[in-house]
Structures are given as C-alpha cells and as structure tokens.
Design a protein around this ligand. Sequence first.
Ligand SMILES: [Zn+2]
Ligand SMILES: [Zn+2]
Length: 173
Amino acid sequence: MNVVPLFQDKKEANNLWIETIQWWSDPTIKIRFVESGDDYWFIMGADSKKPETNQSLFKVLKKSENYERFKNGHGGEAYLRLGVYSQKFKNDVKDDAVCNCGHIKEDHDSEDDDECYYEDCNCKKFESFQLNLYPRKKKKTVTDIKFVQEDQVKDDPLTWNCLYINKYKKKEQ
Ligand SMILES: [Zn+2]
Ligand SMILES: [Zn+2]
C-alpha cells in the first residue's frame, strides 16, 4: 500500500523530497500513527545520509475510511510517496474525466451551468480532484510502521518528541 502525505503545491513536495526524504535510508524510516480521539497524528522520521538537513514530519488528521483501510491492510510494508491534489473544473478536463459526484464530464450540462444529468445526483458543478505524485517516479519503502494510542507515546522517542514539542509543551506555556 502507499502512504502519500499531501501537500499544497508541487514545489513544496519536490523541495521536501530533494532536501530531506531522498537522503533517508529506507530501513531506518519509521512511520507512526498516534490515535487521539477522532484524530490521528501521522509522524515520520528516519536516519539521514545528510544529517544536517534531516527533520521529522508530522500532520494531525481526521480518521477516515482510507485511514482504517491502511491500518487493516498495510501488512507491515508501504511505499512512501508525496502527493499534491489539484482541483479541476469542466474546462480543464477531457469528456471522460470523472467528477467528484462519480459521474463523468459528459453527464454534466455543457452550458454555463454544469449540473449533473443523473436524477438522483445532487451535483451542481463539475469538479474533479486529481492526485499527482511528486517527484513522479520516486518512492521509499517503509517497513517500520506502528499504530499507537496517545497514552503509549512515551515508549517511543519519535512520537514522544513530536507530541511533546507540538502539543504538551505548548499547553504548559
Ligand atoms: Zn458532478
Ligand atoms: Zn453526478
């Protein structure tokens, strides 16, 4: 399965890859999911061949179906890639492009108004989210993946450092 942290733009993803992630040595990459209520912390770190530019990364995200699917299906190994979502409208795509409503562009009104023709569909405007991977052909193989509850983070330096700096310390101040 793939782990694809998402970024706002291509440049941000490319820079992170070039400056940090490409120097990570695959067997040392750790990915941690710390569950905290409806949210989870995605935390990632590794030993680097260029320690001076090394950093660990985290994001706080809402648990989702994708999250559960990954949790149950990863089997101890995943490819790490970086992704950028782009939002496309009717004029940006071909006739067979799929709208977020699940129906293709041709099923949407072709005049100014792009309402979907399917009767049971509430879609009023063609919009399509496309996920692109950057840099295109690069990936890392991660074999150290763990899911932990928030009260277990003390046992793991990567998760403890991250939550301490970004959550507990801030509350103390
Ligand atoms: Zn639609
Ligand atoms: Zn539709």
